[in-house]
Design a binder for this molecule. Sequence first.
Ligand code: COA
Ligand code: AMP
Length: 628
Amino acid sequence: MSYNEEYQAAQQDPEAYWAKQARRVEWFKAPQSILSRTDNGAFSWYADGEMNSCYLALDQHLGTRADQVALYYDSPATGTKQQITYKQLHSKVAHFAGGLKRLGVGKGDTVIIYMPMIPEAAVAMLACARIGAIHSVVFGGFAANELAIRIDDAKPKVILTASCGIEFERKIAYKPLVDNAIAIASHKPDYTIVYQRPMLIAEMNTDRDLDWHDSQIGAEPAECVVVKGSDPLYILYTSGTTGAPKGIVRDNGGHAVALNYALHNVYGMSPGDVWWGASDIGWAVGHSFIVYGPLMGGCSAIFFEGKPIRTPDAGTFWRVVDEYRVNSMFCAPTAFRAIRKEDPEGKLAKKYDLSSLKWVFVAGEKLDSSTYQWLDDLLKVPVIDHWWQTETGWPMTAPMMGWDNPSAPRMGSTNKATPGFDIRVVDGEGQEVEANEAGNIVVTLPMPPGVASEIWQQPQRFTDAYLTVFPGYYHTGDGGFKDDDGYVYITGRTDDVINVSGHRLSTGEMEEVVSSHPMVAECAVIGSIDELKGQVPIGLVVLKAGADISEAQLETELVQMVRDKVGALACFRRAIIVQRLPKTRSGKTLRSVLRKIAANSEFKIPSTIDDENILDEIVELMNQANLR
Ligand code: COA
Ligand code: AMP
């Protein structure tokens, strides 16, 4: 297939193009409506089709690949390995879904999943999909307060959790965290179902608590419920510019078609291939390319519980590739930076047979040239940078590895637009800029199937956040440019979202926590460059008049507060005291300038600034504190 022909076909007649792709998916009743407009001005694909996402991930394979491994669970964290076939996974999911059904969970109900990378987490997601319940997975690194915010927003009937997660050698007790979150939240779920891991048994202390296995005893295995293409499959919270996370809603129909399309065409995977999404189910990639995508596509997926380093060493990724004959993998650059730091000469990689690997995909944050070069030299297979977001659920730019002559990688670029995504670069007024000129990256509407069209229970918030800034376009929040050949280069976020170890975080959320310190008058949290994690947040803090606290003490207290309220994953470890923050004459903090100062990039002094000397003061203080 030729990129140009396919891309043009998707541009010229999106409905015909995506109707064709939909025919590659097994519907209970094929959609009559291919593309429709939603009330909030967004778009919906396959709204009236009838299907079930769990059926596509499991049941449809029972005739042809029942005994093929669906999930290879590999947990260097606990020394456990497990091979789960499609038949076995189907049975686990149907039984667990039966237990949920008996508890009164049904179509349209919400369920929060707060679990580590154990196969039961995939069982939980698929069981919800089976009975038409909407799951919302919350990443394990978030603190109780963040979980509580999501509980109040999603209002789950049930929370599914495990007794603990493992972080290197530490056990992180999840159950007390969940209890704490429920205590903080106004909404109370009916049940908490706990998977007890042998290394740490959780106390079951209320009538609400049910054991994972007990919850299924005597329950009939559940059959797949028929859902509409436009019915929500899941909610996934992601960070925006404000403190309140956005509950991105993914539909069933568009999602299934998009994943099937991406798995085969973008990632070049065929049924029976071994695929590894080396991330966590708490992120969009975990939904699309650890669980749903590879299973819907009949692959064997790696389900890895561990870290790229120290579990037991920086060769662990290569061992997994060798042991399971992984054909292709996806990973955040930060993981490769961590491996490279421990094993700069790649000696550990050379111990393993990596010949099964056809190519490696990276995304989630900027791929720096030296990591790219290192990987390219080491693996001698294409290292492919590509770009997407939680909201889109699948890549907006990538080479099509399933086709002949995929676009070659180009240093610094995340490659060309995938069919269906018409990517433009516009200035602040929404006017398109010339090739090679930087601006805001936007996508022409309508976008292809699989992309979210709603924020949970707040459809208008979706419109306001994404569709009104540049009318006619979806506003990605990323800045960058396109070169003469249409290759896209992402330079970074244009808003207050930062990317720490490939984890998307809101500085606004951290600012709310920092400002709640009794001695803080105001603050700005910005992303500073970090060699390993890409970015880390730092706090610039103005004290209240008369506040008597040392900078070191303040920093310690603020670090603890962010850890307690947002979570360890925020990696908020530095805060400095400044006399004042740069403001516009109307009193707005000039965050974009602060962002540039922290990133060591050139900045223009805005004409609206109140007092430009403040910028020199801040540069000086940040230099003194080694923060740039
Ligand atoms: N549960 C509980 N705590 C968690 C957690 C989880 N699932 N994930 C991270 N944390 C904690 C860590 O233990 C650490 O805590 P600490 O401050 O007490 O040490 C903190 O959050 C920061 O974690 P992280 O930034 O991830 O550092 P790390 O040293 O644990 O691991 C990497 C570094 C590079 C190995 C890891 O960040 C990684 O694999 N990142 C890839 C992320 C990714 O796949 N993103 C996909 C987006 S597409
Ligand atoms: P998330 O929603 O967590 O997947 O994060 C999406 C954000 O990560 C994007 O808006 C980008 O800022 C960033 N991102 C994702 N992929 C890339 C990439 N390949 N290069 C640079 N930034 C990326």
